[in-house]
Ligand binder design. Structure first.
Ligand code: C2E
Ligand code: CA
Ligand code: CA
Ligand code: CA
Length: 283
């Protein structure tokens, strides 16, 4: 089958046309975004569920298109992983996120806060530890102020090189977070094999906590179990996607350490988040 010929695909498979066209459009956005500096890091605060204080921020990729507005990352990341442009996007994102973060914590006087940045499995390559060190030194933050968020997909590769790279990153002083925990095939087995510092419980579990009925009970047990195991392994537990006070209360009862979600704040441009913090809405 003809892959890159848009017109060819159109003749044979109309549904393919839309996908192909959309994909080409996203590829154009990515290249234009890299060339014109449309990529930026938005920030969502990570909250200590006991104190309500900010412990850190997750940096989330946004492509700010001059006419299309803000494009969310999911589609961009998946296209970029296919074409390989994820490496350039990831490098750009890393620098932007740490630059904003360094300024933000200085201005807001948050000396202990950290920034969590998402890394695609393709980015876990031998040059990464040195790249992280360069960016950290350039912006003058502590190594332990940077958290590398990876998903099971990274660990699933079962590549000794990957564990070596992750080991180097931790040895340098950065921390590792396992993202979307509980959504993969064998999340628990990875806890055994890879040293991670932070476990992020996927938002699907958090949503189910207040869904009612049997789902509620099972999710409750699962989240509680994850929290217990994580603590036994000396990991911090973060719940994703907290939208209600009730979810906050339940998670706190279960011993979950930290959380993020629309209840506290949506992901925002650094300057908007700073304005919010000044007005004490988030704090
Ligand atoms: P993620 O790492 O699991 O990020 C959390 C996602 O949940 C974010 O979506 C965030 O906006 C959303 N979220 C936070 N709180 C709530 C809530 O209370 N309710 C709901 N419904 N959603 C909430 P976003 O920003 O669209 O990012 C989607 C995914 O794209 C991320 O999921 C991550 O997998 C990927 N991603 C984002 N930025 C990057 C990046 O710089 N590099 C890589 N490789 N992936 C990224
Ligand atoms: Ca994440
Ligand atoms: Ca996640
Ligand atoms: Ca995700």
């Amino acid at each position: 089958r003809k892959r890159d010929g848009k017109n060819g695909a159109q003749v044979y498979d109309p549904s393919m046309t839309d996908k192909t066209r959309r994909r080409a459009e996203i590829e154009d956005f990515i290249e234009a975004g890299l060339a014109n500096d449309w990529l930026d890091a938005y920030f969502q605060p990570l909250i200590n569920l006991t104190t309500g204080q900010i412990v850190g921020f997750e940096a989330l990729l946004r492509l700010i298109h001059p006419t299309r507005g803000v494009l969310p990352p999911a589609e961009i990341i998946s296209v970029a992983e296919d074409t390989g442009s994820i490496i350039r996007i990831g490098n750009r994102m890393l620098d932007k996120a740490v630059a904003h973060f360094a300024r933000m914590v200085k201005d807001q006087d948050l000396p202990d806060a950290y920034v969590a940045i998402n890394f695609s499995s393709l980015q876990i390559e031998p040059g990464l530890p040195a790249r992280l060190a360069t960016v950290i030194e350039r912006h003058g933050i502590r190594p332990d102020a940077l958290v590398v968020e990876i998903t099971e997909a990274v660990l699933m590769q079962d590549n000794p090189e990957v564990s070596q790279i992750l080991g180097q990153i931790r040895k340098y002083g950065c921390r590792l977070a396992l993202d979307d925990f509980g959504t993969g095939y064998s999340s628990l087995s990875y806890l055994n094999r890879f040293p991670v510092d932070i476990i992020k419980v996927d938002q699907s579990f958090i949503r189910a906590l207040t869904a009612g009925g049997e789902v509620y009970d099972k999710s409750r047990m699962l989240v509680e179990g994850i929290a217990t195991i994580s603590h036994k392994m000396a990991c911090t537990v973060i719940a994703e996607g907290i939208e209600t006070q009730e979810q906050w209360r339940i998670l706190l009862e279960m011993g979950v350490d930290c959380g993020q979600g629309y209840l506290f704040s949506r992901p925002l441009p650094a300057h908007e988040l700073e304005a919010l913090m000044q007005s004490d809405i988030v704090h």
